[in-house]
Design a protein around this ligand. Sequence first.
Ligand SMILES: Cc1cc2nc3c(=O)[nH]c(=O)nc-3n(C[C@H](O)[C@H](O)[C@H](O)COP(=O)(O)O)c2cc1C
Length: 184
Amino acid sequence: MKKNIGAVNALYPTAVVLVGSELEGVINYINIAHVGVIDMRTISISMGKSHHSNKAIKLNMTLSINFPSEDMVVEADYIGLVSGSRVDKSKVFESFYGELKGAPMIKNAPVCMECKVINILDMPNHDVFLVQPLNTYCEEKVLLNGKIDLAAVKPLLFDMHQRKYWKLGEGFANCWSVGNSYKK
Ligand SMILES: Cc1cc2nc3c(=O)[nH]c(=O)nc-3n(C[C@H](O)[C@H](O)[C@H](O)COP(=O)(O)O)c2cc1C
């Protein structure tokens, strides 16, 4: 017997990403957990309209998406606690740039994408930035046969229900494959 707990969005965990932007020459990072895959090229980033990062992104129409590892949890949480409108967060991480202006990336993040904003969905309190990566930069150590290996990335997962960061478990079955053993 299931208990109905109301209109609760149960779609967690999500990956935690650190979104980089730049306003008036100052680098800023924000913690974003409401991130999604639209298709193989397009990602959604749901961001409160009042956030400092929001202004910067609308100005440049670029941003970066950085995957923190488990060992970056303190810094990742900190940048989600304070706003760049009051606190300079530019030194929390060492940054580097790729090809895009306004999209600083985090040196010690294992995976970083520099992205262009292709559309903005205007919601009552949030803007949903639809973005596409121009380049994805990975530490060699997180690549297995040239592809990203999540076991090496050690991403942070976000759980809104218990307000906790989670670690990834183990890969245990192959997609588009294990289903072939289904017995009709
Ligand atoms: C774990 C975590 C997840 C968050 N996820 C989001 C999110 O998905 N969207 C959002 O707008 N804010 C999110 N926030 C809040 C912002 O990160 C926070 O308000 C931040 O200080 C805004 O920074 P800024 O004003 O410098 O842009 C999250 C914060 C934390 C700690």
